[in-house]
Design a protein around this ligand. Structure first.
Ligand SMILES: Cc1ncc(COP(=O)(O)O)c(C=O)c1O
Length: 390
């Protein structure tokens, strides 16, 4: 499909390969393996002399459509789909690093990412230093001769810290390290990290790409040599591959990505402005607000502020939980990126398993709440939050 098409067109149509039946909607290929015409053809496929599907742990036509579509949206040469966002991060690290390597990771990342890099990968000889704050000098100062990867989310979960991708690219390149960006909060509809200088993009497709809270999925995107030779080698052998069914669901989600992101971002901005005026709210974290420390950078890197607003409630955990417990419409759940608005208390849920020190370093206090704004009427969302504030 032509690269000249706009994102909304690519989101609906990129990657489609019709079968002999000429189906209009993408076909769902529920099959674990593929048959060969002969023993010679089987040998040729396994020996890489003939292209084609072999086994769904390696490739599956429905998953391939998803990979091609997401690659088109991110402007990536190549994409491999994974079973979840966490398996995308795992495949990236296992495929691209080795024992003895060092990772620089921003302290403000999703709790499971902290666990994976800081605890699990450490057992296999990969050390991670968590860098606090968005200052480039902090990253520069933490580089060691063994640093091979910079890892960050921008905006970060849950504090919406925004990192300067182009500036970090310079530092990472000098260090001989890959710059990996988790683009979960923005999705390609609002930000394309590869165009800004990232080497690799990570996705939890569970979030905005599906967009309706139905299935788990993930993806790793970048240049062909990095993804095919590095990540895919690990993935097809170790097996955290995306299922064809989940790929099909997420493909359907991608079709509405642009309009969802636009609508959810617009509501989130309004909600953030309203929250700033509420006396019980101490601080609002939203990149679209002029009060956000990296507002100018966010407006350069992103099309808009995104759908997630976090805020500190005066009175700490008790006051924050009162707001959560008084909601009737919002879903008290850890997921985000759904059409249904969700509310989360990160310190006791998504970031509850990391150490109190790591939480403090990341700036996640007991009064912090994260709202991922959905597609309900904004007035109803405000009214639901206002009840607990009273
Ligand atoms: C920023 C970010 N990255 C990665 C993940 C992990 O994704 P998954 O739950 O699909 O494994 C999450 C999950 O919340 C997330 O918020």
């Amino acid at each position: 499909m032509s690269d000249d098409y706009k994102l909304d067109t690519l989101a609906v149509r990129a990657g489609i390969e019709r079968s002999q039946f000429g189906e209009h909607s993408e076909a769902l290929y529920l099959t674990s393996s593929f048959v060969f015409k002969s023993a010679a053809q089987a040998a040729a496929r396994f020996g890489n002399q003939e292209p084609g599907n072999i086994y769904s742990r390696f490739t599956n036509p429905t998953v391939t459509v998803f990979e091609k579509r997401l690659a088109a949206l991110e402007g990536a040469e190549c994409c491999v789909a994974t079973a979840s966002g966490m398996s995308a991060i795992l495949s990236c690290v296992m495929g691209l690093l080795k024992s003895g390597d060092h990772v620089l990771c921003s302290a403000g990342v999703f709790g499971a990412t902290v666990q994976l890099l800081g605890t699990i990968m450490k057992r296999f000889g990969i050390e991670t230093t968590f860098v606090s704050g968005t200052s480039i000098a902090n990253w520069q100062g933490a580089v060691t001769p063994k640093t091979r990867m910079f890892y960050l989310e921008t905006p970060s979960n849950p504090l919406t810290e925004v990192y300067d991708i182009a500036a970090l690219r310079e530092v990472a390149s000098k260090a001989g390290a890959l710059l990996v960006v988790d683009n979960c909060f923005c999705s390609p509809a609002l930000q394309q990290p590869l165009a800004l200088g990232a080497d690799v993009v990570i996705h939890s497709a569970t979030k905005y790409l599906d967009g309706q809270g139905r299935v788990l999925g993930g993806a790793v995107l970048g240049k062909r040599d990095v993804i095919y030779e590095g990540v895919l080698g690990f993935l097809r052998t170790a097996g955290p591959t995306l299922s064809a069914f989940n790929a099909w669901i997420i493909l359907k989600g991608l079709e509405t990505l642009g309009i969802r992101m636009q609508a959810q971002s617009a509501s989130a901005l309004e909600l953030a402005r309203w929250l700033e005026k509420q006396p019980v709210i101490e601080r609002v974290y939203y990149p679209g607000l002029p009060s956000h420390p990296q507002h100018a950078l966010a407006m350069r890197q992103q099309k808009s502020g995104g759908g997630i607003v976090s805020f500190d409630v005066k009175g700490g955990r008790e006051a924050a939980w009162r707001i959560v417990d008084n909601t009737r419409l919002l879903s008290i759940t850890a997921n985000l990126g759904d059409t249904k608005t969700t509310i989360t208390h990160p310190a006791s849920t998504t970031h509850g398993r990391i150490t109190p020190e790591a939480r403090a370093a990341a700036g996640i206090g007991d009064g912090l709440l994260r709202v991922a704004v959905g597609l309900e009427a904004l007035e109803d969302i405000k009214a639901d939050l206002a009840r607990g504030m009273r």
